[in-house]
Ligand binder design. Structure first.
Ligand code: FMN
Ligand code: SF4
Length: 402
């Protein structure tokens, strides 16, 4: 199989096997719809040969809102025209676009969402320490319906499929993981109970949208105690296939893991102290002092390894045991690595930071102008999103190094 051959994956016709993985762009309007800037950004990637775009995560209901500013949302009918413009702009280049749907669960703060945040079990979050309320059955059913409505909207808005966010510590990751889900009722207890919310969402969604493609992004591993591990994730994937999921994007980590989902040699301390609260708002002298201390200890802080192709072992284990289309994300940045993944039977590779760095990366690969991304995986972009629009700060970093 070739990287640039058209193919069908998860019931979607892709232009080639290179996907832009969901990336929060910080460019939504007040109603949660895409701004003109976001539409142009996606159209540019489509024009420049990306095989498929997974839009940045869109929130399915207000109570699931993100703490990142200007996040897409799918619960306002007023945003419909903007979404229709977005899908049309991307389709103009023959490129499919998938809506990623999420509920932040306890990975947000009650203050941000203006109500008590919810989770499968009453737990705190390292970075959003107010305790979440354990969901009642009523809460669970309401969240299921919100996902179902959002999937139906994805179809109505012209998307080619929906991807349910079951990764990175968000609500559905918490449900599926034995770390986040300590429930003793039918939505917990064992793997069947923990995945039941997904089963119900798919069952109800199928009644509304028929065979509209529904994908999942799964954290197949994380660093949580009794959390996601490969053998358990393989069993989860068997169930996801049984429930009617069409493709699985294999990712890893939870926001609580630090830089695990998007790996980097070092924690980007300059960016942490510039963008992350509460340290960003410290008095200037204190911020400077703490930054100097943090920089001194930074080389001693262990970071997850390896830095490239880090979800390949999980993808291979799933491939060996489950007959379902797979997408590999995480530290994929070189042509030879992409081809290696395709050769072992992964249907497509997806990338986030390489497209933040070079939105025309797919075209450069296709035309032989590049064999690898210029992104240095510094993760500054992962901190910028705390305050506003997602940007590559490579230029700024290079200036600092000079
Ligand atoms: C700025 C930024 C925003 C992200 N937004 C999302 C998102 O909206 N949904 C999602 O599933 N993952 C998101 N991620 C994670 C990426 O999709 C991807 O899984 C991760 O960065 C690893 O891929 P990479 O090595 O190609 O960057 C984001 C990552 C970054 C750096
Ligand atoms: S800031 Fe730029 S170079 Fe650094 S990780 Fe993000 S995209 Fe890559």
């Amino acid at each position: 199989m070739e990287l640039f051959e058209p193919c069908v994956l998860g019931k979607v016709q892709l232009k080639n096997r290179i996907i832009r993985s969901a990336t929060h762009d910080g460019l939504a309007e007040d109603d949660g719809g895409p701004s003109e800037k976001l539409i142009s950004k996606y159209a540019f990637m489509a024009k420049n040969e990306v095989g498929c775009i997974i839009a940045g995560y869109a929130i399915v209901s207000k109570e699931g809102s993100s703490s990142y500013p200007r996040c897409l949302a799918f619960y306002n009918e007023e945003a419909k025209e903007k979404y229709l413009r977005l899908t049309e702009a991307v389709h103009a280049y023959g490129t499919p676009i998938i809506a990623q749907l999420a509920h932040c669960g306890r990975q947000t703060s009650s203050k941000t969402i203006g109500m008590k945040k919810i989770a499968p079990s009453a737990k705190r979050h390292l970075f959003y320490p107010d305790k979440a309320k354990a969901m009642t059955i009523e809460d669970v059913l309401r969240v299921e319906d919100a996902f179902v409505d959002a999937i139906a909207r994805a179809k109505e808005y012209g998307f080619d499929g929906a991807q349910i966010h079951l990764a990175h510590g968000y609500l559905l990751h918490d449900f599926v993981s034995p770390n986040g889900n300590k429930r003793k009722d039918e939505y917990g207890r064992d793997i069947y109970g923990r995945t039941r919310i997904v089963k119900e969402i798919i069952k109800k969604a199928r009644a509304k949208v028929g065979d509209f493609p529904i994908w999942v992004k799964l954290s197949a591993t994380d660093k949580r105690k009794k959390g996601m591990r490969i053998p358990y994730s393989v069993e989860v994937c068997k169930l996801l296939k049984e429930y009617g999921i069409d493709a699985i994007e294999v990712s890893c980590g939870s926001v609580q893991d630090g830089m695990n989902t998007m790996r980097s040699k070092r924690m980007p301390m300059d960016a942490v102290f510039e963008y992350k609260e509460p340290v960003a708002s410290m008095p200037k002298w204190l911020n400077k002092f703490c930054l100097a201390c943090a920089k001194a200890v930074n080389p001693l802080i262990p970071q997850p390894k390896p830095l490239t192709m880090f979800n390949l072992p999980a993808a291979m284990a799933i491939k060996e045991n489950v007959d379902i289309d797979l997408i590999l994300v995480g530290g994929v940045a070189k042509r030879e690595d992409m081809q290696k993944a395709i050769d072992i039977g992964v249907g497509a590779v997806s990338m986030c930071r390489p497209f933040i760095c070079e939105p025309n990366f797919a075209k450069k690969l296709k035309e032989g102008q590049a064999d690898q991304s210029q992104c240095v995986m510094c993760n500054y972009c992962g901190l910028v999103i705390e305050k506003g629009e997602t940007k590559c700060l490579l230029g700024k970093i290079k200036k600092k190094v000079k």
